[in-house]
Design a protein around this ligand. Structure first.
Ligand code: MN
Length: 227
C-alpha cells in the first residue's frame, strides 16, 4: 500500500547510552503543578484537579538550537520533568501507573507568555502559546531501569550561568503516578506518549543569544541556545 502524500517523519528521541530511540506518539503537559509557580502566575495553589494541555510530537527536539518563534516578544522558559511511557491504557490505577513508565528526561516547555495571557483573558485555547515549532527541547531519555522513579531531586534552570528556576521534584502537587492516573481518565494512553509534568517558580523571558541550561539531579541535563 502506498500513501497519497509522503509519510511524515517519525519523531524519535535518543535514549542515553543506546543505539535505540524512543518513538513519540502524543505529548501531554500538566499546568500549575508547583504551588510557587501557581502563585507567581496569580493563581490559588490549592490542590485542584490537574489540568492538561498538549504540544505536538514534532515540537520535541533534542540537541538543537531554539529558534525564537514569531509573533511573540515574551517567550518564557519552563523547566520540567518529562515522563516517557512504554505502556498505556484507560483509567490506570495510580498503584499500577509506574509500570507504564519507560523512562524520564528533562525538558523545557517554552511558552509565548504574551499570547498565553491574551488567550487566558479572552477564554481562548493555549495552542498558539504552547504548541509552536521547537517549543519543547528535551534531553536524552534515561530508562527507569537505570535510575528508578524519581520522587525528589533538585530541578533547575540557568540562563548564561545565572540561576533562574530552582525547585525540587518533591514540590510537585500531583506526583508521577497520580498524573498518569488522572490523565488516563481523560485519554487512552499508549506507548510513546510523553508527559511534561509542570514547572517550578522562577519562569521568565529568554532572548536571542542566551545559553539556557537546565537539569534534574539524578536524571539528566540539557543546554540549548536561543537563536
Ligand atoms: Mn509548563
Amino acid at each position: 500500500m502506498t500513501t497519497v502524500i509522503p509519510l511524515p517523519a517519525p519523531v524519535l528521541l535518543p535514549v542515553v547510552n543506546s543505539e535505540q530511540t524512543f518513538p513519540v506518539r502524543r505529548v501531554y503537559c500538566v499546568g500549575r503543578n508547583y504551588a510557587a509557580h501557581a502563585i507567581e502566575m496569580g493563581h490559588d495553589p490549592d490542590r485542584e484537579p490537574p489540568f492538561f494541555f498538549q504540544k505536538n510530537p514534532d515540537n520535541l527536539v533534542h540537541g538543537a538550537d531554539f529558534p525564537y518563534p514569531p509573533l511573540s516578544t515574551d517567550v518564557h522558559h519552563e523547566v520540567e520533568l518529562v515522563i516517557a511511557l512504554k505502556h498505556g491504557g484507560d483509567a490506570i490505577d495510580a498503584a499500577d501507573a509506574l509500570d507504564c513508565v519507560y523512562g524520564y528526561a528533562v525538558g523545557i516547555d517554552f511558552t509565548r507568555r504574551d499570547l498565553q495571557a491574551q488567550a487566558k483573558a479572552a477564554g481562548k485555547p493555549w495552542a498558539a502559546a504552547k504548541a509552536f515549532e521547537h517549543s519543547a527541547p528535551v534531553s536524552e531519555i534515561v530508562p527507569a531501569q537505570v535510575i528508578g522513579h524519581p520522587t525528589d531531586g533538585n530541578i533547575w534552570l540557568k540562563i548564561n550561568g545565572e540561576t533562574k528556576q530552582q525547585g525540587d521534584l518533591n514540590q510537585m502537587i500531583w506526583k508521577i503516578p497520580e498524573i498518569i492516573a488522572e490523565l488516563s481518565k481523560l485519554f487512552t494512553l499508549a506507548a510513546g506518549d510523553i508527559i511534561m509534568t509542570g514547572t517550578p517558580s522562577g519562569v521568565g523571558p529568554v532572548a536571542r543569544g542566551d545559553a539556557v541550561s537546565c537539569g534534574i539531579d539524578g536524571v539528566a541535563t540539557l543546554t540549548v541556545t536561543v537563536v
